[in-house]
Design a protein around this ligand. Structure first.
Ligand SMILES: *[C@@H]1O[C@H](CO)[C@@H](O)[C@H](O)[C@H]1NC(C)=O
Ligand SMILES: *[C@@H]1O[C@H](CO)[C@@H](O)[C@H](O)[C@H]1NC(C)=O
Ligand SMILES: *[C@@H]1O[C@H](CO)[C@@H](O)[C@H](O)[C@H]1NC(C)=O
Ligand SMILES: *[C@@H]1O[C@H](CO)[C@@H](O)[C@H](O)[C@H]1NC(C)=O
Length: 327
């Protein structure tokens, strides 16, 4: 693995790991409220043990240059980015759905997250983000209208002219629903067109060209037919994706999720690694978002045709534990 490819990966990981560092105090023990120094926060596991100073923000992969193809970068990705702990439903109902993150999409983007996973449903004559079941959204599983979060993304892209964001849609909407919301959100201006996506595993455009052409929003969705009918790329034409949930966390294995081609399929040039448990648990995730994550990165790299994951999807992305071995 050439160093240039590894570097963007490594910087994305700094968020998840507490790497020993002489002057930044990353990795120092701390207690809630005690200062960790600029840019750091005290990440505690909620198990009564000491916390550890961790970066709230990864070093931006762009600081290592924008001259590589897009598929040579790795981006921190939040699973169910919209399912915020403690958030009330915009319907006014109390949400019973499991939650996966602890701050808003805007806060996530400001903290360096560049991959968002959103579940879209037809609901209340609109498209909503729901963490639901059976393909249907209910008041008690409905977070908020998708347009709100799409506008947050639009605002961030507007304010950060070098940012490139990828959105993964687990899509339950009927034909016609998404284009309306994307149009209304102002996001079409940044849309990376499906026609320019490499079809048989070739390199993506250079990151700097995507930036200069303002094609800074990649959307992938789970409904195959919409690629031809609405220009919304079918995720697994371009991305191999590992199994989500507990089955995806078995050491030494990196199985593909059912809908995805095999991890070593070379017809797709992007690799997405899921690493979160079936039942999100803000305490358990602490250990998971540390050494086991790094170990799985290596496993998935080896089993994905020696490619580092381009997207690393986690729950509670700010939570981690002291990792003894700096990477
Ligand atoms: C970019 O990614 C490709 C495909 O994984 C790999 O073959 C190549 O070595 C990488 N280039 C750099 C500079 O890391
Ligand atoms: C769902 O919430 C709406 C308000 O947004 C309310 O009018 C409706 O009665 C609720 N439905 C159920 C089944 O609780
Ligand atoms: C979205 O906007 C485009 C261009 O303005 C327009 O052609 C298309 O009909 C719109 N689609 C929807 C569903 O509003
Ligand atoms: C990973 O998370 C699960 C579920 O919360 C937990 O039981 C397990 O102990 C965690 N693994 C580590 C290494 O902390």
């Amino acid at each position: 693995m050439p160093a240039a490819g590894l570097r963007p990966l490594a910087v994305a990981l700094l968020l998840l790991l507490s790497v020993a560092s002489a002057n930044a105090r990353v990795g120092d023990e701390c207690s809630a409220g005690a200062g960790c120094g600029s840019g750091l926060h005290c990440a505690a596991c909620g198990d009564g043990g000491a916390g550890v100073c961790a970066r709230a923000t990864p070093v931006d992969p762009l600081t290592h240059g924008t001259g590589l193809p897009f598929n040579n970068y790795s981006w921190l990705t939040t699973h169910n980015s919209f399912a915020l702990a403690g958030a009330p439903s915009a319907t006014g109902a109390a949400i019973i759905a499991p939650t996966n993150q602890e701050d808003s999409v805007t806060a996530q983007l400001k903290n360096g997250v560049r991959g968002l996973m959103l579940d879209t449903y037809d609901f209340n004559n609109d498209v909503w983000l729901c963490h639901s079941f059976g393909g249907k959204c209910y008041n008690i599983t409905a977070f908020q209208p998708a347009i709100n979060v799409f506008k947050e993304i639009q605002t961030f892209l507007e304010a950060n002219p070098s940012a490139v964001i990828t959105v993964f849609l687990e899509d339950y909407t009927v034909a016609g629903s998404l284009p309306k919301v994307f149009n209304a959100s102002g996001l079409m201006k940044y849309w990376f067109p499906v026609a320019k996506m490499p079809k048989s595993g070739g390199n993506w455009p250079l990151l700097k060209d995507m930036i200069s052409q303002n094609e800074r929003l990649l959307v992938f969705a789970s409904k195959k037919a919409k690629e031809a009918s609405e220009g919304i790329p079918f995720e697994w034409n371009y991305v191999v994706e590992s199994q989500y949930g507990n089955e995806g966390m078995v050491e030494g294995k990196c199985p593909n999720r059912g809908e995805s081609p095999a991890m070593d399929s070379k017809s797709q040039s992007l690799v997405l690694m899921n690493f979160f448990t079936t039942d999100p648990n803000p305490t358990g995730v602490c250990g998971n978002n540390s050494a086991p994550l790094v170990s799985m990165l290596k496993t998935c790299h080896d089993l994905s045709g020696n490619r580092w994951p381009n997207y690393i999807a986690v729950d509670y992305y700010m939570v981690c534990q002291h990792a003894k071995d700096p990477i």
